[in-house]
Design a protein. Structure first.
Length: 199
């Protein structure tokens, strides 16, 4: 690779060994670790085809990076670039995963106040839920279970605080649901007759 870059672009061997090659290793490592993070995300969400697709490119890029490390085993800058790329790729992968926000979560809301208005809001927005009476350390309580798309979780939590500011809640990942529409928020004016029947 060094000879190809030197002959093609007229770059000195020193620049290749200490700048170009470490940079390429760094970028390759960022790419494959980012893909690895996304692959795990697809596995957790049950999207096997995308997980396998990303796994191919992840391993391919990793082989390229490790191959350059072996060919330049005495170049300490390659090791630094490899480790730095891994750390950066982890951060980039987590950032991309948070932006994509695929999948669903189950939200459990525990409150001591009446939940009639909140349950009505859930119905109007197409959420399926279960509501049960419970007993906590302070006495009677109400628990609501519902499934929410991850990308809507932030606004959903805001709604919880709006109806029940004193409530506490837990959030847990869901691998799959029996009905793909179970976690879709559907405004009342856009819900079709078939959607209402499924409810």
């Amino acid at each position: 690779m060094e000879a190809f870059i030197s002959d093609t672009f007229g770059i000195s061997n020193e620049a290749i060994n200490y700048v170009i090659l470490p940079l390429l290793i760094f970028l390759a490592r960022v790419s494959d670790v980012t893909l690895a993070t996304m692959r795990v995300m697809f596995i957790m969400s049950g999207t096997r085809r995308w997980a396998a697709f990303l796994g191919f490119f992840e391993s391919f890029i990793w082989l390229i990076a490790i191959g350059q490390i072996i060919q330049n085993i005495d170049n300490v800058y390659s090791y630094i670039a490899y480790a730095s790329g891994y750390a950066t790729g982890t951060w980039v992968g987590m950032f991309v995963e948070s932006k994509i926000a695929m999948g669903r979560v189950i939200v459990r809301i525990i409150t001591k106040t009446d939940t009639d208005f909140f349950r009505q809001w859930l119905k109007e927005h197409g959420y399926r839920f279960a509501s049960v009476s419970a007993y906590d350390h302070e006495g009677n309580a109400n628990i609501i279970f519902t499934v929410v798309q991850r990308r809507r979780l932030k606004s959903f939590v805001h709604t919880i605080h709006r109806f029940h500011p004193e409530a506490y809640y837990t959030i847990e990942g869901v691998k799959s649901v029996s009905d793909e529409n179970i976690a879709l928020e559907i405004p009342a004016e856009r819900r079709s007759f078939s959607t209402l029947v499924r409810r």
